[in-house]
Design a protein around this ligand. Structure first.
Ligand code: AMP
Length: 224
C-alpha cells in the first residue's frame, strides 16, 4: 500500500507516519527529514536549501523529486511507502506518479488530514522530538512522563525545530495554501482522496487512518 499523508504543517503527518511504520511495516519517506539530515551533515545540497527552509519557503521541485527518486529506487518495502510532506506542488505530484510507475507501483490512497488553522498554531508551538528515536512530544498535549527522559528510548537529547514558531508557521501555511492545497482537487479528480478529521487525539486520528486503509484496495503495492 503506497499512501500520501497530505495536510498543512502541524497536522500530525509525521506522528501518524511513524505509527504506520511500526504497525504496518511501512517505510516513511519524509522530504523534510531528508532535507534536515542533508543540512546537518553539511552536504552541498544541504547548504543550498538551508536559507530557503529557514525562511519557511519550499525548496525546488528538482531537489525533492531527486531525493524521492533515490529512495524509491533503493528502498525495499513489504508494507509500502508513506509519503510525508511530499508532494507539495502539482509538479511534484506528477513526478511521483511517474516515478511510481517506473518501479511498477502506484498510489493507493491520499489521506487529507484536515485541521483548523488556529489549532495548528497551538500544536506547532510546543512541539519537540527525541533526537535519538524521533518520538514526537508536545509541551501541553503530550509532555514527557519523566522530565528530560524520552518515554520511548530513555535518551535525553531533545530537538525543537527552528521553524516551529508562530511567525514562520504563518509563512509555511501560506506556502501550503498557495502551492500544496491544489493537490486536494488533483487527487480528488483522480479518485484517490480521502479526508479525515486531523484534530482528534493521536489515537483517534490513527483509528481514522486505519479505517481508510482497511477500505482501500492495496493493489498498488503489487508490482505490475
Ligand atoms: P516539513 O518537515 O515537511 O515541514 O518540511 C520542512 C521544510 O523543508 C519545508 O518548510 C520546506 O522548506 C522543505 N520541504 C520539505 N518537503 C518539501 C517538498 N516536498 N517540497 C519543497 N520543500 C520541502
Amino acid at each position: 500500500m503506497n499512501i500520501i499523508l497530505l495536510g498543512p504543517p502541524g497536522a500530525g503527518k509525521g506522528t501518524q507516519a511513524r505509527r504506520l511504520v511500526e504497525e504496518r511495516d511501512m517505510v516513511q519517506l519524509s522530504t523534510g527529514d531528508m532535507l534536515r539530515a542533508a543540512r546537518k551533515s553539511g552536504t552541498e545540497m544541504g547548504n543550498k536549501v538551508a536559507a530557503i527552509m529557514d525562511a519557511g519557503a519550499l525548496v525546488t521541485d528538482e531537489i525533492v523529486i531527486g531525493l524521492i527518486e533515490e529512495q524509491l529506487t533503493n528502498t525495499r518495502t513489504t508494507g509500502g511507502f508513506i509519503f510525508d510532506g511530499f508532494p507539495r506542488t502539482l509538479a511534484q505530484a506528477d513526478a511521483l506518479g511517474d516515478l511510481l510507475a517506473q518501479v511498477g507501483q502506484r498510489l493507493d490512497v491520499v489521506i487529507e488530514m484536515a485541521v483548523d488553522d488556529d489549532a495548528l498554531v497551538q500544536r506547532i508551538s510546543g512541539r519537540f522530538t527525541c533526537g535519538d528515536c524521533g518520538e514526537v512530544y508536545h509541551d501541553d498535549t503530550k509532555p514527557l512522563k519523566s522530565p528530560d527522559v524520552c518515554d520511548k528510548c530513555g535518551a535525553s537529547n531533545f530537538v525543537r525545530r527552528a521553524d516551529d514558531n508562530e511567525e514562520l508557521l504563518r509563512v509555511r501555511l501560506l506556502e501550503y495554501y498557495k502551492k500544496t492545497s491544489p493537490l486536494i482537487g488533483y487527487y480528488y479528480a483522480k479518485g484517490l482522496l480521502r479526508t479525515i478529521d486531523g484534530l482528534g487525539s493521536m489515537d483517534g486520528v490513527a483509528g481514522a487512518i486505519r479505517e481508510v486503509l482497511a477500505s482501500t484496495d492495496g493493489a498498488g503495492s503489487i508490482a505490475s
